[in-house]
Design a protein around this ligand. Structure first.
Ligand code: IPM
Ligand code: MN
Length: 346
């Protein structure tokens, strides 16, 4: 019989609340013969304050045994900036080689967008997740003086670029529009830019059905606002992907609905699924957080594990819920989760 062994990391702030709803929907959508086993981990600000630990080697060993990870949000104003980001989130992404950071943007019915008219938004960003300026390959000299020099080197390997570009081509090939846009800045970042462009063009030759396109990242921010319909699949580096996916979330309904997957397609290590939003300490514990982004992350999780029909049911439930939400009073976190659980079960 089938089973899913899930590591659950609620984390900080609203992470706790939204993950509970994500699990509710996951349990409701799974067929009876699929055994769902969950184990909760206490990573985050509380544990850091209590023990000074963010993510130990023993933690990584424990997490490694699971099929997949569901994360709420990690971060709290009481912890200095960078400690949990580098010590937990990036450490996990790097340790488990989550090189495909998948961030779909779809403007769903009933969801407000700041864009004028009725924009068509349905694209997915494949953000490289283990290289670029995120590697921590930097340094400083003359620190603290007026002549301080700081470098933060963008690392781009042929291996790392090729595998993420290949993943993006395969995703583009599988979508109806079959279009892939490379976003970079090859007019200025000529070394990294040329590696990306060369790899992109080489792999493109294997995908004659995929229409390809190149846009500088600055221009991409314009098109994301003025003409988001031009995008189908975007592939880009870690930092450009970080920035444009926040913009993508903003134009397609905000972080309340933005889902993401930190994926290792090889399945050598568990992939991790998380809402794009953070821990929102200002509204934590009040039942105000929208669990939709987490529920949509559960859909990505299901698809990653091969439960395509169940993933589709979750997405359909969210679409129906958002449509019916229009003009109704706001519901609590758990009311939304309950409504979605009922829909996916029915
Ligand atoms: C994200 C976040 C992280 C990133 C931070 C918290 C390290 O902004 O998931 O997009 O930059 O990748
Ligand atoms: Mn980000």
């Amino acid at each position: 019989s089938r089973s899913i062994d899930l590591a659950v990391i609620p984390g900080d702030g609203i992470g706790q609340e939204v993950v509970a709803e994500g699990l509710k929907v996951l349990s409701a959508v799974l067929p009876e013969d699929v055994k769902l086993e969950t184990k909760e981990y206490d990573f985050g600000a509380k544990r850091y304050h209590a023990t000074g630990e963010t993510l130990t080697d023993a933690d990584l060993d424990a997490l490694k045994k699971h099929d997949v990870i569901l994360l709420g949000a990690i971060g709290d104003p009481s912890v200095p900036s960078g400690v949990l980001e580098r010590g937990f989130l990036l450490k996990l992404r790097f340790a488990f080689d989550h090189h495909v950071n998948l961030r779909p943007s779809k403007l769903l019915p009933g969801v407000a967008t700041p864009l004028a008219g009725e924009p068509q938004i349905d694209f997915v960003v494949v953000r490289e997740g283990t290289e670029g300026p995120y590697t921590g390959n930097g340094g400083t000299i003359r620190k603290g003086t007026e002549h301080e020099v700081a470098t933060e080197v963008s690392v781009n390997t042929a291996y790392g670029v090729e595998r993420v570009v290949r993943d993006a081509f395969a995703r583009a090939q599988a979508r109806p529009r079959k279009k892939l846009t490379l976003v970079h800045k090859n007019n200025v970042l000529t070394f990294a830019g040329h590696l990306w462009t060369n790899v992109f063009n080489t792999v493109a030759a294997e995908y004659p059905e995929v229409t390809t396109d190149y846009i500088h990242v600055d221009a991409a921010t314009i098109y994301l606002v003025t003409d988001p319909a031009r995008f189908d699949v975007i592939v880009t580096d870690n930092l450009f992907g970080d920035i444009i996916t926040d913009l993508a979330a903003a134009v397609s309904g905000g972080i309340g609905v933005a889902a993401s997957g930190n994926i290792n397609p090889s399945r050598d290590f568990p992939s991790m699924f998380e809402p794009v939003h953070g821990s929102a300490p200002d509204i934590a514990g009040q039942g105000k957080a929208d669990p939709t982004a987490t529920v949509l992350s559960v859909a990505l999780l299901l698809r990653h594990l091969g439960y395509d029909a169940e993933a589709a049911r979750v997405e359909e439930a969210v679409t129906a819920d958002l449509t019916e939400r229009q003009g109704k009073p706001a519901r609590s976190t758990s009311e939304i989760g309950d409504a979605l659980a009922v829909r996916v079960a029915g």
